[in-house]
Design a protein around this ligand. Sequence first.
Ligand code: DLZ
Length: 157
Amino acid sequence: MSLAAPGSLSIDGKPFTVGIVAARYNPELVGALVEQVSAQLVAAGVKNKSLVVERVPGSNELPVAVRLLLKKRRFDVVVALGVLIRGDTIHYELIAEAVTHALQTVALDAGVPVINGVVVAENQAQAEARCRGPVNRGAEFAQAALEMAQLKKRLSR
Ligand code: DLZ
């Protein structure tokens, strides 16, 4: 996929309630994403009490957890985080596709933006570069979350 991420907009995160659902598979890499996303959101003004973090075993469990979270409480946006790395079989491809579709379905059904923060990588090095290296997908996911939360607030009035 492209590395041409959109430029960041300056958005005040103070009014937003944000959910983060993160897989525990590849814990150090996903942990780095959780830290980056949380840090960026808090730096933009999201209050700690308005930031809810839930964990699931693997990326495959992200969509149902997002759905449960959205049924429990009102959120302006939810960020789903995971890291899928190619193994010896096509299992990771199947999960990547299924999770991508399911996250969109949950978002459309709920009318709440869900940011697809699942990094899909060919190998460990690619995943490292995206989670705690130069590519920094975490910052992108946080920025997308702020932008979509703002859009939702504006268009829901
Ligand atoms: C089973 C599995 C494998 C092989 N690889 C990953 C991975 O790279 N990243 C990830 O988030 N999860 C992986 N999983 C676990 C599945 O997402 C899921 O937790 C199990 O299939 C149980 O539903």
